[in-house]
Design a protein around this ligand. Sequence first.
Ligand code: TMP
Ligand code: ASP
Length: 242
Amino acid sequence: MIINNIIKKNLLSEGKTKKIYETNHPLKVLIQYKDHITAFNGLKNKFLQKKGHLTNEISSLIFEFINSCKIKTHFIRKFNKIEQLCYKVNMIPLEFVVRNIVSGSLSRRLGIKEGEHISNAIFEIFYKNDELKDPLINDHHVVFLKIISYEELNTIFRIISHLNCILKSFFLDKNIILVDFKIEFGKNHNNEILLSDEISPDTCRLWDKKTMKKLDKDIFRIGFDENMLDIYMEILKRLNVG
Ligand code: TMP
Ligand code: ASP
C-alpha cells in the first residue's frame, strides 16, 4: 500500500502487542497495533477484536498532544486504523515508571495501601529482560550495565518530569486522574533520545476523577476481560471530546 509515498515493506520485529515493518524510507517504520492484550509478562494473553484499532487511536492522540508540547518523540502520524508512521529507533531496554498515586507493585513493595497521594512523583527504572522478569534497578545499575550514561539518564528524567506535568493536566481536563504510567525511549540515527513505544490504558493507570473507577488495563489484570473494550472506548470518547 502506498500512502504519501510511504510503502510498507518487510516485517522487522514482532512483540506481544505490536508488529514493526520497515518502509521505503530508511528512517521511518510502520508500527502495527495487534488485537492482543497481555499481562504478567505475557502469561495472560487474549485475542480482543478491535483492540489494535482502539489502542492505536488512543496512543496516536496522546502522542500528537505530546509532539505539540515540543517533546521529541518517535511518532510522526497515524497512518491508518491500526498503524502509525514513526521514526526508526533503537529501543533502550528500560521501562521508566512515573507514579503520582500509590498503586500496583509500589503498593505491594512498600506495604502502603493503594490510593495514597505521592507529592514528589516517584520515578522508577525497570530493566527489560524477560529472563530476569524485568527487575527494578537504579541509575547506577543502568550505567554499570552500559545501557546509557548518567548524562543521558538526566536527559530522560528531565523529559519525564515535564511529560508527567503535561499529561496530568491533559487527563485531568478529561476528568481522569493519571495515577502512574510507563514509558520507553529509543535512540534515532543521530543518537538523539526520543520518547517511543505506546501510551494508552495498557501503559497507564487512569482513574475516573469522580468515582475513582479504574479505566485501564488493571481491569484485565484483575480478570474482568470482557470489560476491556468498553474501557478503551470510554477513554477514546473522553480524548475526542476534549
Ligand atoms: P506496576 O505498578 O505494576 O509496576 O506498574 C506501573 C505502571 O506501569 C502501570 O501504569 C502499568 C505500567 N506497566 C506497563 O506498562 N507494562 C508492564 O509490563 C508493567 C509491569 C507495568
Ligand atoms: N505489559 C506486560 C505484559 O504484556 C505486563 C503488564 O502490563 O502487566 O505482559
